[in-house]
Design a protein around this ligand. Sequence first.
Ligand SMILES: C[S@@+](CC[C@H](N)C(=O)[O-])C[C@H]1O[C@@H](n2cnc3c(N)ncnc32)[C@H](O)[C@@H]1O
Length: 198
Amino acid sequence: MIAIWGYNKTHLLTDILFFRYISYSQSPELREFMRASLEPDALIVQVGCGNSKLGVNLFEDGFRFLINIDISRAVLAQMQAKYRKKHPGLAFIAGDATALGWPDACVDAIVDKGTLQSLLLLADGMTRVESFAREAWRILRPGGKMIQILGAKGMQIYLRQKDLPWAVKHKAVPRKGIGGMAHMYTFMKPHNAAGGVE
Ligand SMILES: C[S@@+](CC[C@H](N)C(=O)[O-])C[C@H]1O[C@@H](n2cnc3c(N)ncnc32)[C@H](O)[C@@H]1O
């Protein structure tokens, strides 16, 4: 099995297996955190959007340059059908977060709630997460950031690679309704970093 089991912490397992997520609309603290972390005119990509309302909430809150990607065309079709009329400017497109193939340094910010977790659960989870970290680093502009919204502390360490000198900040916020805390990890790509992965 994969290394996350090594944590031996019931809440971590529960969060990983049952995907209990903080909700943007129910958490003023999460909203405040996102608004403080992201520039309104930033080009943001949400990886593994699923059928979550996070991207919609951010868009409605004024983050108008937001691309939602997911590997599942079924979930994308669902989201496109649901929001096409209401928000024609909100993009839902197919993509693999571990290999997007987009140009180097092309986005200002990446937001993830749950995709790191999904990748870790795969048999080759460690390899996938490393690819995800490298792809995130490559597509982020220097000075850009990836925000990981996690249900437990711990998973973020798998994004850290020796040759990717992220500056990482952590903030915990209460999870209304489901209890416990959500953990925001901001992975900043330094301003002086090279555009892509060497
Ligand atoms: C646990 S769900 C989280 C969904 C959503 N972000 C939320 O907060 O509810 C993980 C999502 O990641 C997507 N996913 C899994 N692997 C992916 C990959 N390699 N690239 C893009 N999306 C992926 C899945 O299809 C799924 O929608």
